[in-house]
Write a protein that binds this ligand. Structure first.
Ligand code: SAJ
Length: 419
């Protein structure tokens, strides 16, 4: 093995699984996080996020003394930064790299010749050469000769992170060919997928383009919802059969696009190239307009009452995760409350909302499914029998079985009676 000790800065959705996968391959790993409670609980074997297989990896790594969490940096051979890079503000949606800068500033006193620095956080085009490189060169290092730097964007799917870190192909955007070669060896210790070498600026763009591709294709599906609603067609029938064509893959419509990836990354391209990105900007607008469309459909279904209570099923931005970042559910709930509805919420994956499905349904005039959690595939009579008006509006087209007494509505069959 080419390196002995790895330091991962940022123990969130990406940093923690990455650290633990390396640790379980026999590498000595220290994880650094500013949040003292995260550090303390991790050292006790408790994971702060819901991700399958993660707790087992943590317990193994702690048992083998190959992982510990710390709140301050220290010396290592390889430093891997996986800190958040949100957009700056609602008005300025360019990439906020302040967490990257403070992570690098924090490790600077510990850097030595021969070390490697990897940035996994998603970043805007130019950040590696304009922000990261100058900070390292200012310490007197010669990048590519006595210090190695690369951008290796994470590309794993929340809910399937452990599998994907290991199996997915990997992009290594090295500052120089030496940096590429050095970092390739590091990832080869854990990655079984192909490893592709490229430049740092290209790696930055590749990551953003992948999420933008998905955002645009979801926007296509979401726009079709409105077109079909206007024309009286069943959107799921239209998309389902169009996708039978071997070269068509319209993505699934829903209440909007959430998470800190698809709802964020396309903005970084737009901020870097505003005049030549009208398609990306339009897709963002379409996806951001879905909560408003959902609210107006809900209001139609609530018009008959008899109560003004409705029940939201799902606050997480997607199925089977406990992450609410950028979730369209937040906008929808907020708007419904402002419009005077009594909104009860149930989400089996989010502690604050996970307790009482039946209670959330009691006296309610509508169940609205906003997240495709597995638990919502089947809705039971015992859950709906105390509703004031037993009807379901399924924005994710994910409910497969409902009691006979319950009227089922989706984007497809808005006013059909039952399923
Ligand atoms: N969604 C739809 N329709 C679809 C697919 C998704 O409305 O057909 C919605 C989801 O409900 C969710 C949002 O889009 O609100 C994003 O979900 P997602 O499953 O598409 O993606 P993320 O954000 O969980 O993860 C993405 C992944 N990128 C791609 O698949 C290109 C992942 O590989 C990236 O690593 C991750 O972003 C990231 O960290 O950037």
């Amino acid at each position: 093995m080419d390196f002995v000790k790895l330091e991962v800065i940022g123990l969130g959705y990406i940093g923690l699984p990455t650290a633990l996968i390396f640790a379980n391959q026999g590498i000595d790993v220290v994880g650094v996080d500013l949040a003292v409670n995260v550090v303390n609980t991790l050292n006790q074997g408790i994971i702060p996020i819901k991700e399958k297989g993660l707790e087992h990896l943590l317990k193994q790594a702690l048992k083998n003394k190959l992982f510990r969490a710390e709140s301050v940096p220290e010396k290592a051979d390889v430093f891997l930064i996986a800190v958040p890079t949100p957009y700056r503000s609602d008005k300025d949606r360019s990439c906020d790299v302040s967490a990257i800068i403070s992570a690098i500033t924090g490790i600077i006193p510990f850097l030595e010749k021969g070390n490697t620095l990897i940035i996994e956080s998603t970043i805007a085009p130019g950040v590696m050469t304009d922000v990261v490189l100058p900070l390292i060169e200012a310490q007197g290092f010669h990048v590519g000769k006595d210090f190695f730097v690369a951008h290796c964007p994470e590309r794993v799917l929340p809910g399937n992170i452990i599998q994907e870190i290991v199996n997915n192909s990997r992009i290594i955007g090295g500052i120089t060919p030496n940096c590429q070669a050095k970092v390739k060896k590091i990832y080869e210790t854990v990655v079984t997928g192909d490893i592709h070498l490229t430049t740092a600026p290209e790696a930055e763009l590749i990551k953003l383009v992948e999420n933008t591709y998905r955002d645009i294709n979801i926007a296509n599906g979401n726009e079709l919802v409105k077109i079909c609603h206007h024309l009286g067609a069943d959107v799921h029938q239209v998309i389902g059969l169009a996708n039978q064509h071997p070269r068509v893959n319209i993505h699934s419509p829903g209440p909007g696009v959430g998470g800190h990836c698809l709802a964020v990354d396309p903005n970084f391209i737009v901020a870097s190239a505003p005049m030549v990105s009208p398609l990306i900007q339009t897709a963002r607008r379409i996806n951001n307009s879905m909560p408003e469309f959902v609210v107006s459909r809900i209001e139609e279904l609530m018009a008959k009452g008899p109560t003004n209570k409705l029940t939201i099923l799902g606050m997480a931005y997607k199925g089977n995760v406990n992450d609410m970042r950028e979730s369209p559910s937040l906008t929808i709930v907020n708007q419904l409350q402002q419009n005077g509805y009594q909104v009860a919420i149930y989400d089996p994956c989010i502690d604050d909302y996970a307790t009482d499905f039946e209670g959330a349904c009691r006296g309610s005039s509508l169940l609205v499914v906003l997240t495709d959690h597995d638990e919502f595939k089947e809705i039971f009579e015992s859950q709906t029998n105390a509703m004031a008006n037993p009807q379901i509006f399924d924005t994710k087209n994910c409910v497969e079985i409902v009691p006979e007494s319950v009227a089922y509505h989706s984007f497809g069959n808005q006013f059909a009676e039952g399923r």
